[in-house]
Ligand binder design. Sequence first.
Ligand SMILES: Cc1ncc(COP(=O)(O)O)c(C=O)c1O
Length: 379
Amino acid sequence: MKFATKAIHAGQEPDPTTGAIMTPIYQTSTYVQESPGKHKGYAYARGKNPTRVALEKCIASLENAKHGLCFSSGMGASDAIIRLLRPGDEVIATDDLYGGSYRMFEKMFTPFGIKFRYVDMTNAASIAQHINEKTKMLWVETPTNPLMKIIDIAACAKIAKEKKIMLVVDNTFASPFLQNPLELGADIVMHSVTKYLGGHSDVIMGATCTNNDSIQEQLAFTLNACGANPGPMDCFFVLRGIKTLHIRMERHCYNGRVIAEFLKQHPKVDKVYWPGFPDHANHEIAKKQMKDFGGMISFTTKGNSMEEAFRVASAVKVFSLAESLGGVESLLGHPASMTHASIPKAEREKSGVVDSLLRLSVGIEDVDDLVADLKQALG
Ligand SMILES: Cc1ncc(COP(=O)(O)O)c(C=O)c1O
């Protein structure tokens, strides 16, 4: 089946008892057993829930994956992935990383003896020099947050295969509509489902997808053992959200293009980060591995002042000043003080997250209203 059909149908069958076309919300904590151990495949809802199973199958199918698993948040999914490692292991992660991932790596796992190194992965060939015998995982985000750098997934997969280490791709920014990392050779894809998959800013959730049975088994064990499982109501909301993922993504991409081009010619704007520009450093790789360029854009203003960034952030009326991304409504964020505040100033500035940087999650409103809003806010 093609993407749009899978988005609407994958993992979902009419309810066998009533014929209900929508997967019921199995709001239950446990399941009655006929005799000890004799049940219908469901014993306790931390381990498995039918609404969640439908969603896991749906997300796996969008990533062309054999297995999917849903977690109570994107961080819950990432946490389970890092728990595949052991003390002494090392991870090489992209230097332009979601701040929450950096915080978890540094504050939660470094004290347990896992070492993280942050490197610029935009030239994939340079990654190999950082790999040693302790390296067990490459952690890639592409497009990166917030600078929209593009990392060549297939090239990373080649290195990971040669060195026999795992490649994890955080596919939150692209969504499975734009990019399927497993097909490019990744071992695990993770999503903050909270974003494009959910799409309506009403659910926190995470997911992993893999083709590897052993990885799936270990992740499912962690999910059940540690308990970062999402509730069935949230799974229902995401199943519903995904039904329009393809239509939403087309509009996000269209609006994103118009806004990126508007910002590029604005006299007060300095740099615009969007992988669709032919002069973007890795535009050719973006073209190769993504279907389109998405609705995430970052920009700086001339003079690089925090005050000016705060002024613009407070002046928008259709865009809302808020963390998060990927919903139908347009959001604007100030990474240095919001999503990336947990990264030390020197560290974040080294990777380009300067004081005037603003990040847009372009929604699916009428693009004329979005352009007019930015125009009045920039002044
Ligand atoms: C790229 C990326 N990865 C992971 C996460 C974490 O996901 P969640 O907020 O669902 O825990 C986020 C959240 O903003 C994100 O942007």
